[in-house]
Write a protein that binds this ligand. Structure first.
Ligand SMILES: Cc1ncc(COP(=O)(O)O)c(C=O)c1O
Length: 412
């Protein structure tokens, strides 16, 4: 090992990943129209995904690019070398605010959406006479914290039924608001549903909630890294997310954004030093005892990787690939798409069923024989297949998968 590398390992050298990112910035600063395949091929080369593998399950977990893996590993190496770099909270909060909006002081970094939602549900004072409105498209990570609080403290849960596919934002808003009564204390909905990728009108919902004195909690597991976003501008009380999905951060990296009115008011469910020092605001919730800080180093690198690409470019590519996929699926006989048709109601995921084909069988066949990774939405008995498109995918992959699905449909 040369001396410089050795000094770097001991913690004296500068970090390597920012330099790699800077070099990438030079290459990726220009171009990047949604159909600029030469540009997106350079982006794909930043990932560890083997060329023969088609990964269409970013909705569950995003594969991190090299720079994120390196930043995470570099941090872990320094900890092992007994030169822990610590967490640079300000850098991290500034980077998140630059990417997803909001005020840097509002960010908390739990391990995932499940933990973020648990912080909210467990931290609010709710009584047996209160009601929490949710929907029939919530993921367990956004639902179970409320079910647990309901079992323990007595507030009831009301489940609003969302239209499928949703015809308009107004129809979604009406469906949720129709379940609200004078007993409603909290509305808790997904920003983008995991079931069929529907985008809910959360800003309009936030206005209604605010007028009615109802707390709005948004399960935003998907939007950061998928679409342009302003977590502060939405006006919700809480916004929870999992940057290990579309933001491509390391596994076990969550996000919780608290509106200013809650930072000194929400009860922590995890208490460490400073939990009762209200002057710390949302930072109280970042005091979690010893935890894996390397994932936060990875999160910072992921946020900076996304900034190099730029969210407008990322969202345009995600939507371009999703459009091609959805349009091609709609042409396959026997396929019924359950993701909305309107652009404002959809983003990076398409869900569908194939007549006469069990989605779990199709999923197993695609994985075993063709190295295609998908997700089946068995929850609520929906039985849909869900495909996600992200910046590392390319049109030839989409065409191949649609061909395979068409072949499965023909076999019935
Ligand atoms: C909408 C939604 N909420 C919550 C979760 C749970 O995320 P995590 O496992 O990162 O807590 C998921 C995971 O797929 C999800 O899609």
């Amino acid at each position: 090992m040369d001396r410089r590398a050795f000094v770097g390992l001991l913690g004296g050298g500068t970090l390597a990943w920012p330099k790699a990112l800077q070099a990438l910035d030079g290459v990726l600063a220009r171009g990047g129209a949604p159909d600029d395949e030469a540009y997106w091929a350079v982006v794909r080369a930043q990932f560890l995904i083997p060329p023969d593998r088609i990964y269409l399950n970013n909705g569950t977990l995003g594969p991190s690019p090299h720079v994120v893996v390196d930043a995470t590993a570099e941090h872990a190496r320094r900890v092992a070398a007994t030169y822990p770099p610590g967490v640079h909270w300000d850098d991290l909060k500034q980077a998140m605010a630059a990417l997803v909006g909001g005020d840097p002081e509002g960010f908390v970094f739990p391990r995932n959406t499940t933990e973020a939602m648990s912080f909210v549900a467990g931290g609010l004072e709710l009584d047996p006479e209160d009601d929490v409105v949710t929907t029939d498209h919530e993921h367990i990570g956004g639902l179970e914290p409320w079910r647990m609080v309901s079992a323990r403290r007595g507030p009831t849960l009301t489940v609003a039924r969302l239209p499928v596919p949703a015809p308009s934002s107004q129809a979604l808003l009406d469906a949720v608001w129709g379940a609200v009564t004078p007993a409603t204390r909290v509305v808790s909905v997904s920003h983008v549903t995991f079931t069929n990728g529907t985008v809910l009108p959360v800003a309009a919902l936030a206005r209604r909630c605010s007028e009615a004195g109802v707390i709005l909690t948004v399960d935003g597991a998907h939007p950061p890294g998928m679409m342009e976003l302003d977590v502060g501008g939405i006006g919700a009380d809480f916004y929870a997310s999992s940057p290990h999905k579309w933001l491509l951060a390391p596994q076990g990296t969550g996000l919780l954004y608290l509106a200013e009115r809650w930072r000194a008011r929400l009860w922590p469910v995890l208490a460490s030093g400073g939990w009762d020092d209200l002057s710390l605001g949302a930072q109280r919730f970042n005091h979690m005892g010893t935890f894996d800080e390397s994932r936060l180093a990875g999160l910072l690198a992921a946020a900076e990787f996304m900034q190099v690409l730029g969210m407008p470019r990322v969202e345009a590519r995600v939507r371009y690939l999703r459009d091609r996929l959805q349009a091609a699926l709609e042409q396959v006989p026997g396929v019924t798409v359950v993701t909305p048709a309107h652009e404002e109601l959809r983003a990076g995921m398409v869900s569908f069923r194939v007549d006469g084909v069990a989605s779990l069988d199709l999923q197993a066949d695609l994985a075993r024989t063709h190295k295609v990774r998908t997700r089946v939405i068995s929850e609520y008995g929906y039985g849909w297949m869900r495909l996600s498109t992200h910046v590392y995918n390319h049109p030839a992959e989409i065409e191949r998968v649609v061909e395979l699905i068409a072949a499965a449909s023909r076999r019935t």
